[in-house]
Write a protein that binds this ligand. Sequence first.
Ligand SMILES: Cc1cc2nc3c(=O)[nH]c(=O)nc-3n(C[C@H](O)[C@H](O)[C@H](O)COP(=O)(O)O)c2cc1C
Length: 189
Amino acid sequence: MFIELAKHRQSCRSYLPKNVPRQMVLDCLEAARLAPSACNSQPWHFIVVDEPATKDTLCQASLSGPYAMNRFVKEAPVIIAVVTEKAGFLTRVIGSLRGTPYWLMDIGIAVEHFVLQAAESGLATCWIGWFDERQAARVLRVPRAKKIVCLISLGYSDETLREKNRKPAQEIYSFNQYNATGLEPKTPQ
Ligand SMILES: Cc1cc2nc3c(=O)[nH]c(=O)nc-3n(C[C@H](O)[C@H](O)[C@H](O)COP(=O)(O)O)c2cc1C
């Protein structure tokens, strides 16, 4: 059941020294490829870094100094760099009229497809938003005009399942009108 996958998927910050079969990575990429996007513009490109030397260079360059809290990423056998491709004209126009960066929503959905497929396959991941993007772009030869939105670490978990730390349900939804308590609005007598 999907809800079980959502309950069990967690960010992993400690990985076993075990390689991930290429087919499992391809399955995650396929799940990401199938993600929906505004005007179907699919503004993403995934760089799979599974060559140990490139992975080491990437981690050394982009996860040092102020980014060192994410050094655990180097333990993961695979790192994915998620790069934005230019969204279609219509999406950019509508996005700018609405003040909504649809391309960023699109990337978020695709990455979550990726990580949920990984969880379904028994793999662990962590979204990494805090890294030296310029250094990562240099190592991975990403053109200046493009943005590396995030990295994803991928591998086999060396962690146990944690309790989820989330806001209570009644704080995050309400019915029929905005209400931070989640209660139904009182009907006028
Ligand atoms: C966009 C985004 C960026 C994140 N960046 C980092 C990061 O740089 N380092 C890290 O350890 N975790 C990062 N995380 C993981 C979150 O801390 C984690 O998802 C959150 O605390 C909930 O925990 P859980 O995923 O284990 O349920 C990021 C998550 C998202 C969605």
